[in-house]
Ligand binder design. Sequence first.
Ligand code: NAG
Ligand code: NAG
Ligand code: NAG
Ligand code: NAG
Ligand code: NAG
Ligand code: NAG
Ligand code: NAG
Ligand code: NAG
Ligand code: NAG
Ligand code: NAG
Ligand code: NAG
Ligand code: NAG
Length: 619
Amino acid sequence: MPLIPKLGQLSPLQMRFGACLSASLMLLLLYLALTKQHFAYAHELNSEDHNYRFSLEGEIIDAPEEKNTIITRAEDGVSALANNSPQNSNIGIGLTQNWVFPKDVIDGPHGDPGTGLPGEKAGLTQLEPEVHELRRRQSGTTVYITINTCLQPSSNVTDTIPPQLEMYISLDSSNQKPAPGSGTPVSVIGGYGVYEVDATSDVYVGISAPNTTDFSGIWNYELAASNDAPYHFFNGSKTPNLYFVDSDNHAALLITNDTTQALPNETVYQEWMKMDAPYGVFASNQDQRSILGVQRSFCGLRNNAKLAAKIDNVNDQNVATMTNRGIGGKPKEQFYITGLNATSKYWGMLVMEGNSTASGAGVVGGGGTVWAAIDFNTKSEGNCALMYNLSFCSEVAYAVPTNPNKFSPETGLPDLAALYDSNAAQMYQYFNYSLQQIPCNTTSSAQYSLARNCDDCARAYKQWLCAVTIPRCADYSNPSGYLKPRNVGQPFINGSSISSDPSLVAGQDQVLLAAVATNSSRNPLIDTSIGPGPYKEVLPCEDLCYDLVQSCPASLGFACPIAGKGLEESYGKRVNESEGIISCSYLGAAYYLSASSMLRPELSIFGVALLVLMFGIGL
Ligand SMILES: *[C@@H]1O[C@H](CO)[C@@H](O)[C@H](O)[C@H]1NC(C)=O
Ligand SMILES: *[C@@H]1O[C@H](CO)[C@@H](O)[C@H](O)[C@H]1NC(C)=O
Ligand SMILES: *[C@@H]1O[C@H](CO)[C@@H](O)[C@H](O)[C@H]1NC(C)=O
Ligand SMILES: *[C@@H]1O[C@H](CO)[C@@H](O)[C@H](O)[C@H]1NC(C)=O
Ligand SMILES: *[C@@H]1O[C@H](CO)[C@@H](O)[C@H](O)[C@H]1NC(C)=O
Ligand SMILES: *[C@@H]1O[C@H](CO)[C@@H](O)[C@H](O)[C@H]1NC(C)=O
Ligand SMILES: *[C@@H]1O[C@H](CO)[C@@H](O)[C@H](O)[C@H]1NC(C)=O
Ligand SMILES: *[C@@H]1O[C@H](CO)[C@@H](O)[C@H](O)[C@H]1NC(C)=O
Ligand SMILES: *[C@@H]1O[C@H](CO)[C@@H](O)[C@H](O)[C@H]1NC(C)=O
Ligand SMILES: *[C@@H]1O[C@H](CO)[C@@H](O)[C@H](O)[C@H]1NC(C)=O
Ligand SMILES: *[C@@H]1O[C@H](CO)[C@@H](O)[C@H](O)[C@H]1NC(C)=O
Ligand SMILES: *[C@@H]1O[C@H](CO)[C@@H](O)[C@H](O)[C@H]1NC(C)=O
């Protein structure tokens, strides 16, 4: 019999379940040192003046000769914007403030395109100066005016969202103070607005705070103009590039999509893996609605979101690191967010601070990027612990059964991880001995299969082993049909037990208590060394078992349980994945969902007004 004695060590598992054993973004651009002409506009900011208004008086002095045809006279109360240099201002209800991006700054020097993220082309190709000059004369220079709302007025009525600031544009020097009723309106949604134009003259901007009686206080906003790229950016891509992996009752793990499809031996791959994590995350409890109205604004989120990872000058930073865990083994960034409340829904927003290596004035895209929010939620009970970063089962990143009294959520996770990981590594070693007795690395005619070799078998076995010995844990109270109750024979963490509570030992529970599959855990180590009490398991996907059987030599004796005769007790099926359900556990699983439905662009009153203006439809 080719069955290998050491495999017998796994027999409890095998017997119990018939388990198969014996089974960027900002195209980086340019920094622009303020030129003399800029200083002619940007007067000293008067700190006494709470509205930060500084005006442009008179003509431009020292205007270069080639520009002496465009001497402009800006009106009082119109402040100048320099390139990639945000202005921050408070604005009271019902007021309008006016700004100008002057023609000579528009035609002035561009910012410095940064190095870019690995694999990205560094910035927009910088045109030769002569070519650039030509293009400008012909079609104007592309200009981006962007606004971020940083603070909003408040209301004593809960659950009301303040109206959005309004932005108006004028390219006409006879209308230097665009305001409601004059100038082109630009929609501001979620605290973000962008206006792009090929400018051949000064660009005048009006920012208006709508009249409202339901709110008190002020708005605060950041306005920026750039001849390189939008200084602030909201990426409204339908896939927000942030995915929820799993949570426990106080922490959650989020990941980005793969940042590159390069192979591990390529430079781009290696650059990603060794770089400082470029993205950040803001998160906010959905019970706290302060981010509503500023959810597309970097400074709005910075001021209102309570949780952050990889954001400068924020206390209580959460973990953000690069990893290549998951299907395909490509680089991605992961965020481990802690300090969450149990049984709560959260919003998570991927962001990039500035261009990822620099932010603020002088940096092209220095105002940062925000992606659409995703939803995630925390578990209710304390006996599932989110684990990632194991050394042997390195692909494990989900909640596992725990006992918070033995493994403290604050300090005990490394011990818990080591316990599960060393158990799996030891079992793998037994398998390795067995595999060494199989002719693997021989000529292909002597190999057990032409399609698979022992490396495939070893890989499939490791996948299967980690998924089976480290079960994915869910709340016992979670009613989802694909979850399997486990360990109901043990008392809950709080000491009460199903068997001792007669009110609980009714019908269904009686059945659970009587069956080994449900009254204990699939890995005996969990019951003996951890003692999590009753929990539910997301069963490993059945394809893990089939892959193992197909990848390994028949002489190892692997077989999967048969449908109707144990398969359903041990393995789950992948169903409804597109609806964001992880109905079975596989390594690298994440909830690949689209953006939060609650934070879809709500049409502000102003947005409605704009639609009416643009399409003449009556809403
Ligand atoms: C607010 O109302 C006042 C008085 O009617 C008006 O002068 C002002 O333009 C209004 N502001 C806005 C932003 O509509
Ligand atoms: C960010 O901007 C700075 C200054 O402009 C530049 O040196 C740097 O290369 C940029 N970073 C990236 C990732 O492009
Ligand atoms: C909200 O405050 C205003 C004064 O700021 C007051 O007139 C109004 O009655 C308050 N509304 C509620 C619902 O408390
Ligand atoms: C927006 O983000 C997506 C990833 O979610 C990315 O593929 C796309 O290039 C971004 N768009 C812009 C304009 O940066
Ligand atoms: C991740 O990005 C790739 C392109 O790089 C895209 O094909 C894939 O659909 C994205 N995955 C998800 C889940 O959005
Ligand atoms: C990387 O490895 C693949 C096969 O794994 C090979 O085809 C490719 O040529 C290698 N590329 C480089 C740059 O070494
Ligand atoms: C947790 O809940 C408390 C009380 O409701 C709240 O004050 C706190 O901000 C919440 N924390 C998080 C991170 O959601
Ligand atoms: C992951 O584990 C390694 C050691 O195995 C440790 O050095 C590293 O700090 C851990 N990373 C995180 C994010 O916990
Ligand atoms: C089995 O163990 C040997 C010696 O410890 C090691 O060299 C080999 O890589 C292992 N094989 C597999 C498939 O892990
Ligand atoms: C087969 O041989 C290759 C290299 O010769 C080695 O890397 C691999 O670990 C061997 N596989 C097994 C299962 O021993
Ligand atoms: C679990 O079920 C087995 C088989 O029915 C039974 O022998 C055992 O006593 C049960 N264990 C508990 C803790 O109820
Ligand atoms: C103990 O915890 C379980 C699961 O969390 C819960 O259903 C039960 O009501 C609790 N019992 C007591 C006495 O608190």
